[in-house]
Design a protein around this ligand. Structure first.
Ligand SMILES: NC(=O)c1ccc[n+]([C@@H]2O[C@H](COP(=O)([O-])OP(=O)(O)OC[C@H]3O[C@@H](n4cnc5c(N)ncnc54)[C@H](O)[C@@H]3O)[C@@H](O)[C@H]2O)c1
Ligand SMILES: [Zn+2]
Length: 412
């Protein structure tokens, strides 16, 4: 059924949100063998393979670029100030997060037990640069890593755009390598020249980058599955339609597969939005390509349920009837129509690297915590030895692990 089209002069209903299914892209699997081959080549040949791939796909050899202070790249003042202002806000949020991550212990009759946060020592941040130099990605990946306390923070990008270098410098990259694609991910994971293999790789990228990260995820920690951008808006009749239309078009412009969905229980709102979209050729096209989707809910309840089941990367709550506490699955929640997702993309503070494709129902976006390990620490005191032996020995006996039993027995 062709929802949203006119038939014999009569508007059909909008597609009910209960019938909407997210389309899962399988295009990534097509190039997987190709990326696997590139990585195998690096495993076999090492640095020369990385150089050859960089020449083949980008026409240059990887280059270590020494970063200057961020204000020495000759950037136009307005842009430089904006990078600094955005960077400071992202840093303030990361610092706030860092402060919440407190090491902690408790004492009981057996000893002292606790946990501590430990930064991952060496991380790599991929900053895409094929199509656009992504200034904000440099800030969003490197700043939390710095605040977490990661000792080495290696930025890789095929771009040597001065704004990317300035942002990487402001964000505290300890090294910068101009290298792109799967070969950049390989260089980070296996090491390259003076670079030792990193323990974690973050940052978005095209399919070559993402598949390389996934294929190497048994060697290195990787960040969220950041697929095409998604926006879900829950709206009531009072919303500013012009603002929401701009928000939907904004997330759709990230990528031809990016998608913005508006869900409302008001058919009249959806009708008005559709009418406005259809006054513009480009916006009509987004509607026809399903990059903007308008869905009708039967009730507020259904809007909440849809949102929780869809688990959007970005969720904009533009409906004063819905309590934000009822929304449980999203990458980042934007409350109220003032809160444009574009602010979050660039400069409000919280991270823009977020889970997509429904993975927000089980995973989180990038944060200071992503760059840290949670370690447990225990210290048993004299009285505790006896107490714990009396418990553990019995279990070891049942498991027939004699030396386990013995190691407790000798202490009891
Ligand atoms: N989800 C997010 O948060 C987020 C944010 C920003 C960007 N992105 C995504 O990042 C991507 C950026 O892509 P991009 O291409 O502009 O830059 P990129 O830096 O990710 O990729 C460019 C590199 O790809 C490699 N490459 C290109 N063609 C190749 C081929 N045929 N075989 C092997 N390697 C090849 C080259 O080495 C090149 O340097 C976009 O898809 C964008 O949507 C996502
Ligand atoms: Zn965006």
């Amino acid at each position: 059924m062709n929802w949203g089209r006119e038939m014999q002069g009569k508007q059909l209903d909008f597609m009910p949100c209960s019938q909407w299914q997210r389309e899962l892209s399988n295009s990534a699997t097509d190039i997987e063998p190709q990326v696997r081959e590139l990585l195998d080549k690096v495993v076999e040949q090492g640095d020369p393979a990385i150089e050859e791939l960089s020449q083949r796909f980008d026409g240059f050899s990887p280059r270590f670029i020494e970063l200057k202070p961020y204000d020495q790249y000759g950037l136009e003042t307005g842009l430089l100030n904006a990078i600094v202002a955005a960077g400071k806000r992202i840093e303030a949020f990361a610092e706030f997060q860092r402060k919440q991550l407190r090491d902690s212990t408790y004492l009981d009759e057996c000893g002292e037990f606790g946990f501590r946060y430990q930064p991952i020592e060496r991380i790599g941040a991929y900053i895409p640069g094929g199509r656009f130099p992504l200034i904000s990605t440099a800030l969003m990946t490197l700043i939390p890593a710095k605040l977490a306390g990661c000792r080495e923070r290696i930025a890789c990008s095929p771009s040597d755009h001065p704004a990317v270098l300035a942002a990487a410098s402001f964000a505290g990259a300890t090294q910068f390598i101009q290298i792109g694609g799967a070969q950049a991910i390989a260089a980070l994971a296996f090491g390259y020249q003076q670079i030792n293999p990193v323990q974690m790789i973050v940052g978005p990228g095209n399919q070559y980058v993402n598949i390389a990260k996934q294929l190497l995820s048994n060697r290195v920690q990787i960040d969220v599955a950041a697929g095409p951008s998604e926006l879900l808006i829950l709206a009531d009749e009072e919303v500013n339609q012009e603002w929401l239309i701009a928000d939907m078009a904004a997330q759709a412009e990230h990528d031809p597969q990016a998608q913005s969905i508006l869900v409302s229980d008001s058919q009249s709102l959806l009708n008005q939005v559709r009418e406005q979209l259809e006054t513009d050729e480009a916006l009509t096209e987004l509607l026809q390509q399903n990059q903007i989707v308008l869905l009708l809910a039967q009730s507020i309840e259904e809007m909440v349920n849809f949102s929780n089941q869809y688990a959007a990367e970005h969720l904009l709550l533009a409906d004063t009837r819905i309590d934000q506490g009822r929304l449980i699955n999203f990458g980042s929640l934007f409350v109220g129509e003032n809160s444009a997702v574009a602010y979050g993309d660039y400069c409000s503070g919280p991270n823009h690297t977020l889970p997509t494709m429904g993975t927000a129902n089980r995973s989180s976006g990038l944060s200071v915590q992503s760059f840290m390990k949670l370690q447990s620490v225990q210290s048993i005191h004299d009285q505790g030895r006896k107490e714990l032996s009396s418990i553990g020995e019995k279990i070891a006996e049942a498991e027939q692990l004699v030396w386990h039993k013995r190691s407790m027995q000798v202490r009891s």
